[in-house]
Design a protein around this ligand. Structure first.
Ligand code: GDP
Ligand code: IMO
Ligand code: MG
Length: 427
């Protein structure tokens, strides 16, 4: 019954795509359980680079069945263009399964995302503008459109009309936009229906049967722990649950089935969009991390905000996800710094605080308390085992492990599949 969850331990972009792809060759199913095409997962295979948004990173491993679970929100036009993009590059995508209960990102959800952000002005979240929040809002408000609705035109029409009733009032009266007609939306959605149909399946049944048959299932999170709607830096979060519990609800698998939860942890910290970030750097070190780490958003092309490693956040991720392991990524990016500061606690209103404060006000006031670790200058990108790393790099990893509360079982020393040091096997 080997079911693993692989998720982001910080604010996203930790290297989940690479880690999933690495395990993809040994697992039977890779399942996305939340989020949508707000994600941007980069996978480098040999000299080929792939940017995946909605599709699970396992799609690049021929033996693996990729699954889009019920907890995901699906933009059909993005889905089809991502599939055809991969097909053109010779990737076989025919095994893909999509839950009939996954919700559809409609064109009006994308419009609402954009106008809401515009109206928030300087209080905006900095969303990816992909319609994610409004689609989850419709789901919770029980006016969402599901994948299965594409196959009953009359139901689809009724549901789109019901959703637009209120939305058109808001769009026209509040946001000064043109009303959207149900006919126009239904026509567009029906245009995708037949192309998507071969992939639609009862994914809950299939995944539970697979687990009973001792198949290996990997649940791949989008975003990260601190972007979680419940456990993240609300309201500067995404509208779903990337944390481990989300894998259960977003795929229809019970918590007793999950055997391992792996947190992907960058050796420093990045964030895209607005919201608090205690270790953020505004100096040349931040600029250097961005440049050396190639920290530019895969989905929106925005520069990522960069800062030093934050152990308070890592400990928090261990706790709320019940992490069994960490996969530490991008250690190579830190090569060349003589000293590397690591945030071990916060100072909030003059007091030292060891754990992430639950109060938003406190977190906004948190100042990092740094310990400085000695750096290394040797190239580590060819390291194959822990002992290949220079002593100071080994000590940096050991210190992070000690502070973060779970064993570091793998270390990324470059973007490629092979540029990984495996310490404990994940399977
Ligand atoms: P994801 O959203 O968590 O999948 O991460 P992204 O793909 O958005 O960003 C991570 C970036 O770091 C990608 O460009 C990866 O190719 C790259 N990457 C992943 N692991 C490593 C690593 O260990 N070293 C280096 N230098 N780059 C890495
Ligand atoms: P991956 O899977 C980093 C951020 C956005 C914004 C907030 C809400 O590549 O790690 P949304 O469009 O989801 O409503 O935006 O969440 N965000 C991400 N940041 N990586 C991601 O995905 C993200 N997906 C959303 O920048 O701050
Ligand atoms: Mg990303």
């Amino acid at each position: 019954m080997p079911a693993l969850v692989l998720l982001g331990a910080q604010w996203g972009d930790e290297g989940k795509g690479k880690a999933t792809d690495l395990l993809g060759g040994s697992v039977d199913y890779v399942v996305r359980y939340q989020g949508g095409n707000n994600a941007g997962h980069t996978v480098v295979v040999g000299d080929q680079k792939y940017a995946l948004h909605l599709l699970p990173s396992g799609i690049l491993s021929p033996g693996c069945t990729p699954v889009i679970g019920n907890g995901v929100v699906v933009d059909p036009s993005v889905l089809l263009s991502e599939l055809s993009g991969l097909n053109e590059r010779g990737v076989d995508t025919s095994k893909l399964l999509i839950s009939g209960n996954a919700h559809i990102i409609t064109p009006y959800n994308v419009t609402v995302d954009k106008v809401t952000e515009r109206f928030l002005g300087k209080r905006k979240i900095g969303t990816t503008g992909r319609g994610i929040g409004p689609t989850y809002a419709d789901k919770i408000n029980r006016v969402g459109i599901r994948v299965q609705d594409l196959y009953d035109e009359s139901i689809l029409h009724q549901k789109v009309e019901a959703a637009l009733d209120v939305k058109n009032q808001v769009l026209t009266k509040l946001y000064n936009r043109r009303a959207i007609t149900a006919d126009q939306v239904v026509e567009e959605l029906l245009g995708y229906a037949e192309q998507i149909k071969p992939y639609v399946a009862d994914t809950v049944l299939i995944l539970n049967q697979a687990l009973e048959d001792d198949k290996v299932v990997l649940f791949e999170g989008g975003q990260g722990t601190l972007l979680d709607i419940d456990h993240g830096t609300y309201p500067f979060v995404t509208s779903s649950n990337p944390t481990a519990g989300g894998a259960c609800t977003g795929a229809g698998v019970g918590p007793t089935k999950i055997s391992r939860v792996i947190g992907i942890l960058k050796a420093y910290t990045t964030r895209v969009g607005a919201g608090p970030f205690p270790t953020e750097l505004f100096d040349e070190d931040g600029e250097a991390l961005r440049r050396i780490g190639g920290e530019r958003g895969v989905t929106t092309g925005r520069d990522r905000r960069c800062g030093w490693f934050d152990a308070v956040i890592a400990r928090y991720a261990t706790r709320v996800n019940g992490l069994t392991d960490f996969f530490l990524t991008k250690l190579d990016v830190l090569t060349g710094w003589e000293q590397i500061p690591v945030c071990v606690a916060y100072e909030i209103d003059g007091k030292r605080v060891e754990e992430l404060p639950y109060s938003q006000t406190d977190f906004h006031h948190a100042k990092p308390v740094y310990e400085t670790l000695p750096g290394w200058s040797e190239d580590i990108s060819k390291a194959k085992s822990f002992s290949d790393l220079p002593k100071n790099a080994q000590n940096y990893v050991k210190a992070l492990e000690e502070m973060s509360g779970a064993p570091i079982s793998a270390i990324g020393v470059g973007p490629g599949r092979d540029e990984t040091i495996e310490i404990n096997s994940f399977l």
